[in-house]
Write a protein that binds this ligand. Structure first.
Ligand SMILES: Nc1nc2c(ncn2[C@@H]2O[C@H](COP(=O)(O)OP(=O)(O)O)[C@@H](O)[C@H]2O)c(=O)[nH]1
Ligand SMILES: [Mg+2]
Length: 428
């Protein structure tokens, strides 16, 4: 079910975005990072309703200057915002002080990222990994909260020492439990892939940095394609759609993608949310063609590095997006510089709908090849098990049981070859 902007309004989702910039920082870069924050907030389901920026060195009590925080509080009140999201990492003291003045919840970019990861974690493993990152993030905060409480003598009925021990001990116990659970957690990746292949769907995912235009491209492809209704996928998350692309069924998934300057403690959780990408048959790596070539190159290199170990052999289409903002001669010079890092390049504007046909043709061209085939299986337990395997791996169009079992089916070439190797082919 889609949630409209209006419904969101009453739902505690209205946020004000805040960033402190260090004096002399590059203004273009600053705007880029702020745009990233907007995209992250939207990805987490928030509705940004206000923005506030300040250039100064950090204030230990409030991150921004006291006067600016009062301005923020006024903004919260006048707009009726539910939450404030800081780009800058906030200490527990700062979180506490700012929320006291603004009288609303305050989070920082890292908590925002954790919220996104938690929303997008689809497998047991990735849920555990996100929870682990969250708990690790909590520990130093738990200590700080206690020392804050000590300072303000807000101990409850428990002796403070006991509280300190029990809370931190509790966090540590939960961390240990999750770590051991992670070790034994079965690798559910393969079963997820099998489930989706079951009904003949290829998996395509959108990768790339925040703000490259993945979600815009996702919507553009979806709006131009035929929706495939399938009971198996009625529970699909809103970021995945079942589509018909040139006669082939595909599940297209929009991902959170890569995030700049991710701290090391978030990397495992981050990688676990890339599951969809790792399980893909085809990856659309989206880049913003309107960025500086050095930046595009850097992002492509980092993306390939992140993906490389896990996706060997999976084709990548490099989608250079936002060509509406770039003139042709500049595109040529960009390609000269980044071409060697950009397999199967396609130029599009997701926003203006430019280049969509070429992109779709390229997608169909790179989907794993399937073919139609017929087989005669022995009518035996072995034959039945091969038949059930064909149901799992391909699309069975017709089955006839007699002395032998005749099957017309469609599947990936590896499957067809394997079946042939087992039994020998028959005319189609
Ligand atoms: N000019 C232009 N802007 C685009 C295009 N595609 C996306 N955008 C804008 O780029 C920003 C980020 O897009 P989004 O799809 O949210 O990026 P994501 O973070 O990769 O999902 C949004 O403001 C889009 O409107 C495009 O083809 N041309
Ligand atoms: Mg997006």
């Amino acid at each position: 079910m889609k949630i409209s902007a209006e419904q969101k309004l009453g739902n505690g989702n209205r946020v004000i975005l805040v960033k402190r910039a260090t004096p002399n920082s590059d203004s273009e870069r600053e705007e880029y990072l702020f745009q990233e924050l907007r995209e992250l907030a939207k990805a987490a389901g928030y509705l940004p309703v206000g923005e506030l920026k300040q250039t100064r060195y950090p204030d230990s009590k409030y991150q921004l200057g006291k006067g600016k925080i009062e301005e923020l509080a006024e903004l919260v009140r006048s707009i009726g915002a539910d939450k404030v999201i800081f780009y800058n990492r906030l200490s527990t003291t700062q979180l506490f002080n700012i929320s006291e003045i603004c009288k609303c919840q305050v989070i920082d970019k890292f908590q925002l990222i954790l919220e996104i990861f938690a929303k997008r974690a689809t497998t047991h493993r990735s849920k555990l990994q996100v929870e682990l990152a969250r708990l690790r993030y909590e520990i130093p905060r738990a200590r700080a909260v206690v020392s804050l409480a000590k300072k303000e003598e807000r101990a409850g009925f428990m002796g403070l020492g006991d509280y300190e021990d029990s809370y931190e001990q509790d966090l540590k116990k939960r961390i240990a439990r999750i770590e051991s659970e992670l070790e034994s957690a079965e690798k559910d990746d393969e079963s997820l892939r099998a489930l989706r292949h079951k009904k003949g769907f290829s998996l395509i995912s959108l990768a790339g940095y925040t703000n490259a235009g993945k979600s815009t491209l996702f919507n553009a492809i979806v709006s131009e394609s035929v929706d495939v209704r399938n009971m198996l996928f009625t529970t699909l998350v809103p970021t995945t759609r079942a589509l018909d692309l040139g006669g082939r069924k595909a599940l297209l998934t929009d991902t959170v993608g890569f995030i700049e300057d991710l701290p090391h403690w978030l990397v495992d959780a981050f990688k676990s949310t890339l599951n969809e990408i790792f399980l893909s048959d085809l990856i659309l790596l989206v880049v913003d063609a309107n960025e500086k070539p050095e930046m595009i190159l850097l992002k492509l290199a980092t993306s390939h590095d992140t993906l490389w170990d896990r996706i060997q052999g999976v084709p990548i289409i490099t989608v250079l997006n936002k060509v509406d903002l770039v003139d042709e001669s500049r595109l040529d010079s960009i390609m000269e510089q980044i071409g060697y890092m950009a397999p199967n390049p396609v130029f599009v504007s997701a926003k203006k709908g430019i280049g969509m046909d070429v992109l779709k043709a390229e997608i169909v061209k790179h989907l794993p090849p399937w073919c139609f085939c017929s087989l005669s299986l022995p009518n035996s337990e072995e034959g039945m098990s091969i038949l059930s395997w064909l149901y799992d791996e391909g699309i069975v169009h017709r089955v006839e049981f007699g002395e032998q079992i005749h099957v017309d089916y469609e599947a990936r070439t590896e499957i067809v070859n394997k079946a042939h190797a087992l039994l020998g082919p028959k005319e189609v």
